[in-house]
Write a protein that binds this ligand. Structure first.
Ligand code: HEC
Length: 229
């Protein structure tokens, strides 16, 4: 297994040096709800220093559409949110720019990703921004997932309160903080719950099984939204 992997990495048509797209929503040629975000998932985490706003573009008949581009580390992907609902029935082209997108391990895409799709009927849920996540919204779930071990001494550090987490020092990684408001990937708390985040010290949290993906996302959103109590 190990030998085969090594051989593969050295082979002439090896793709191990390239960042790879593993899924897109919508897929090529499909219909996509006019008010729903588009998603592009990669086979690894993305660099935090790339110019997110330039990573993707959206156009219809070569006329650009205003979008915002976000990074979702839990999905290892880009989330592309059109500023306004797309026009139902019209064809669109999503382009992901290979000269901008970069993995946290510095891998690059071999070529631009181009996805053509048609805007379909909006979802009943509607687009709209997601509500701000506060600590109070995730506290119970966090306690259920982590509270067997983390708590006031003799529980493991850190206790699971906003005050104990926000801008508190990491004991494991000197100089790092557990939660840096607005910066999920500068937060040890987030890095430790993402699976295999590069450079992480210590066991993933929780140690026995990966944290529920929905809770991972809400944790990221809480930090991104400013880590409010
Ligand atoms: C089975 C017990 C256990 C569970 C469950 C657990 N942890 Fe931990 N955690 C520990 C121990 C022990 C340490 C200290 C050693 C280390 O850093 O790995 C730790 C360390 C940490 C650290 C590092 C603190 C620092 O100083 O940098 C974070 C952050 C953390 N845990 C978050 C969580 C979160 C979030 C959960 C739930 C999703 C969780 N842990 C679930 C036992 C646990």
């Amino acid at each position: 297994m190990f030998g085969a992997a090594l051989l593969g990495a050295c082979g002439p048509d090896s793709t191990t040096d390239s960042l790879t797209v593993v899924a897109t929503v919508p897929t090529e040629g499909s219909r996509h709800a006019a008010d729903a975000p588009l998603r592009v998932r990669f086979d690894g985490y993305l660099s935090e220093s790339m110019r997110l706003g330039a990573a993707a573009s959206l156009a219809s008949a070569e006329v650009g559409v205003a979008i915002s581009v976000l990074y979702d580390p839990v999905e290892q992907g880009l989330v592309i949110v059109p500023a306004r609902p797309l026009r139902v029935g019209l064809g669109y082209t999503l382009t992901v720019d290979a000269s901008v997108v970069e993995g946290v391990d510095e891998r690059r895409l071999d070529a631009d990703l181009i996805v053509d799709f048609v805007a379909g009927n909006p979802t009943s849920a509607g687009g709209g921004p997601r509500p701000v996540v506060r600590f109070a919204d995730i506290e119970a779930d966090l306690r259920a997932a982590c509270g067997d071990c983390h708590g006031a001494p003799p529980g493991a550090y850190p206790p699971l309160t906003a005050a104990a987490l926000v801008e508190a020092p990491s004991k494991r990684r000197p100089g790092a903080v557990l939660v840096q408001p607005g910066a999920p990937l500068d937060s040890e708390l987030v890095r430790r719950v993402l699976s295999d985040y590069p450079g992480t010290l210590g066991a993933p949290m929780p140690p026995d099984a990966p944290l529920d993906v929905a809770l991972q996302k809400r944790l990221v959103d809480w930090v991104r939204d400013g880590a409010l109590p």
